[in-house]
Design a protein around this ligand. Structure first.
Ligand code: AHR
Length: 351
């Protein structure tokens, strides 16, 4: 059953309807009909039907499926849209900015009500976002940010504080190693991605307070499991078999899962001889914690679309202008936090 709106305009229409059915005389009926039409015309001038989430079509330019977290974000976005009756069109850019730009242009041409963008890198968005702005299509950034010069080109950004995530990881490591000398290798995310730049910056800031902790090697693993493994293998080789290493910091759990594999294959004991700290909190990192092969992760929620859709609906329905940044929570999990329970709670969520 559909709910009837209770706006004054609908009350007027309902009342007029009643008046027609009550009139039995043909002449009177015609006069009443005329009155109805005039009244409807007057009411119609002021009657702007509210936009509900169920009427919205949103285009989402997603980066790709480079990590378990990304796959979960896509799954959760679909279910959050379905819950609200929003028609969500997802374009997979396969990690390429040029594909994202094409997708945005296509969404603009289709006249969607809004565009969600997870920007693979932070620069180079001005021209295409200006096209969306000129077409009066609001853009909401999900999980990654763009360069400050583009700030006026989007409505809001739903992201974590990725500098803080790096700081949380660095603080955890500093506490775990105490005064012990600690050589760290770092697996960075995609070059040019805001989260990679920020997670590096946050970690560097946290360990700068501890002269005993040093990043001895740092390279991109592009947020993928395969590259994480490959780069870790080269780190181990370059560090004489890895015996002098004390910890691995990876900008996401997928790269860490690949690095754990590389360490095991090299005869090292991840989680024991070499500490691990990474970001995302995907089920597989909890599995590794249960096996004693991983130590800590900082959670990134895959539900960026839910808050974005609510913000968009409030903007469209009531004109509520959101703050420029809607920040999601970053929570540290360690092997002391019941990793089996965390794994069980997350394994069915599309990771
Ligand atoms: O932008 C969020 C990052 O992108 C996630 O931490 C990583 O797994 C993903 O690929």
């Amino acid at each position: 059953m559909t709910d009837r709106p209770s706006t004054p305009e609908w009350c007027l229409i309902t009342e007029l309807g009643h008046r027609i059915t009550k009139v039995h005389n043909k002449g009177k009926r015609l006069m009443a009909l005329k009155a109805v039409l005039v009244s409807l015309a007057l009411a119609g001038a002021a009657f702007v039907p509210p936009v509900s989430a169920a009427q919205l079509t949103v285009g989402f330019s997603q980066i790709g499926s480079e990590s378990g977290w990304r796959a979960a974000e896509t799954t959760v976005s679909k279910s959050e849209a379905a819950k609200r009756g929003v028609n969500l069109k997802i374009a997979d850019a396969q990690q390429k900015q040029e594909n994202q730009i094409k997708a945005i242009r296509s969404f603009v041409a289709q006249g969607v009500d809004a565009i969600f963008l997870a920007p693979v890198v932070s620069s180079g968005w001005e021209a295409v976002l200006k096209e969306a702005k000129d077409a009066k299509i609001p853009v909401i950034l999900l999980d990654r940010d763009i360069d400050p010069s583009g700030k006026e080109l989007y409505l809001t950004a739903v992201t974590s504080d990725s500098v803080h995530e790096g700081e949380v990881a660095g603080d955890w490591l500093a506490k775990a190693v105490g005064d012990k000398a600690c050589n760290v290798v770092e697996l960075q995310g995609t070059v040019g991605a805001s989260v990679a730049t920020n997670r590096k910056k946050g970690f560097d800031t946290a360990i700068a307070k501890h002269a005993n902790i040093k990043v001895v090697r740092s390279q991109t693993g592009d947020f993928t499991r395969a590259k994480g493994k490959e780069v870790m293998e080269s780190f181990i080789k370059a560090e004489g078999g890895g015996k002098s290493l004390c910890a691995v910091y990876a900008h996401n759990d997928d790269m860490m899962v690949g690095a754990i594999q590389a360490m095991k294959e090299a005869g090292l004991k991840p989680g024991k001889d070499i500490l691990t700290v990474s970001i995302d909190a995907v089920p597989d990192i909890f599995k590794a914690m249960v096996a004693g092969e991983a130590n800590a992760t900082v959670e990134l929620t895959p539900n960026m679309a839910g808050p974005a859709l609510d913000t968009l609906t409030a903007y469209k329905e009531k004109g509520t202008v959101p703050p420029k940044w809607i920040q999601t929570e970053s929570k540290l999990y360690t092997s002391a936090d019941d990793p089996q329970k965390a794994y069980d709670g997350k394994k069915g969520l599309g990771y």
